[in-house]
Design a protein. Structure first.
Length: 364
């Protein structure tokens, strides 16, 4: 995607061919800053502190984190330590484990002296594949937007509600939930996006709104509690969200608040779709509510809000009494029965064991 007319990915290899550069997402939307990752610790910190976030991008960063770690030693025990450091960074997005396991399976059979170069090749392949996979998700999801437009008699824009940021910033490029929106826009189908603010970290306000504005897509920011009301009023044609982990049975785990949107969508007959690459499917799990680990983040994310003052300064303010504690579960699980379909790189399927098995027979 382009930023000020210049094409960017969310992560890339630095010109020295060793270090890695990322767009620091903690500084958006107010500052566009490229951060350099030079060590395993830099990569782990970037994932933990959410300079990079979104399941596919966490996976891509972990792959490059393995490369950075291997620069200090490539023995089997180094591989173990590097994998352990990276997988401990965030517990919910399964792409983290997926990427580390893929790197291990490629690198461990190789002699030690060949591992570093092979790691860089594999990390680059993971990034390139992510871009292709997300573009395919966009092409498949486009069909849903076209159908919605036909249902409206081609009158007015297709109004899509999304939660959190599952756009290009959450992946290497294109995004998952937003990829169909970008494809529709490219094709000249009018689209309009309701952007959930996504408290507490405001990925909707800070990232999705920034992305959509940069691509010239009409959108409006709403507070997280507005979606149900808008659906009751007939102002939402389609919901599309992402997922950090999908069970073999089609339950999806996404940013906290997604479940409430799915409930409201079902109550109001609004189609609710989830966009995902195959790498977010955890084939070992069958019951999302019981089995998916939910990340609990620090309470300061709920108690403190950061923003730009009218004078242009960036400031942090407390929004609750000093002594008030907060809870901060970062994800929730939407059961498959509330999901109208899964948009994958291999096509759209029902959110069910059978639906996923049809698209991924080799995994099921
Ligand atoms: O905590 P975050 O910002 O990493 O959460 C991201 C999401 O919830 C996304 O919707 C999900 O990773 C899918 S990204 C294509």
């Amino acid at each position: 995607m382009k930023v000020n007319g210049k094409p960017y990915r969310s992560i890339w290899l630095a010109p020295d061919g060793e270090r890695v550069e990322i767009i620091d997402q903690t500084r958006l939307p107010h500052e566009f800053h490229v951060a350099v990752l030079a060590t395993l610790d830099d990569a782990a910190r970037a994932i933990r502190d959410m300079q990079v976030r979104g399941a596919p991008l966490i996976g891509a960063t972990a792959a490059y984190g393995v490369c950075l770690g291997l620069r200090d030693g490539a023995a089997d025990r180094d591989m173990e330590r590097i994998g352990a450091v990276l997988t401990a960074c965030r517990p919910t997005a399964v792409n983290l484990r997926w990427a580390v396991e893929r790197m291990r399976s490629v690198l461990l059979p190789l002699p030690e002296e060949e591992r570093l170069a092979a790691a860089y090749r594999e990390a680059a392949a993971i990034c390139d594949e992510d871009v292709a996979v997300n573009e395919a998700i966009g092409n498949h999801g486009l069909q849903l937007i076209e159908e919605a437009w036909e249902r409206k008699g081609r009158q007015g824009p297709v109004r899509i509600l999304t939660h959190c940021n599952a756009g290009w910033l959450a992946t290497v490029d294109w995004g998952t939930a937003l990829a169909p929106v970008y494809k529709a826009h490219e094709k000249g189908i009018p689209v309009f996006v309701w952007v959930d603010e996504t408290r507490p970290r405001s990925q909707g306000a800070g990232l999705t709104a920034w992305e959509l504005q940069a691509q010239g897509i009409e959108h409006r920011l709403i507070v997280d509690n507005a979606g149900g009301h808008l659906m009751q009023r007939g102002l939402v044609d389609l919901c599309i969200v992402g997922t950090d982990r999908t069970t073999a049975t089609g339950d999806v785990c996404n940013k906290i608040g997604t479940y409430l949107k799915a409930l409201a969508a079902r109550d109001n007959g609004v189609p609710f779709y989830v966009a995902l690459p195959g790498s977010t499917i955890d084939w070992r799990l069958h019951d999302g509510i019981r089995e998916i680990p939910i990340e609990e983040r620090g309470q300061e994310e709920v108690l403190l809000v950061r923003g730009k003052t009218e004078s242009g300064a960036l400031e942090t303010v407390r929004i609750a009494p000093d002594a008030t504690p907060a809870a901060n579960p970062a994800f929730d699980v939407t059961p498959a029965l509330l999901v109208d379909g899964l948009i994958t790189e291999r096509g759209i399927c029902p959110a069910s064991r059978e639906g996923l098995a049809r698209l991924y027979p080799e995994m099921a």
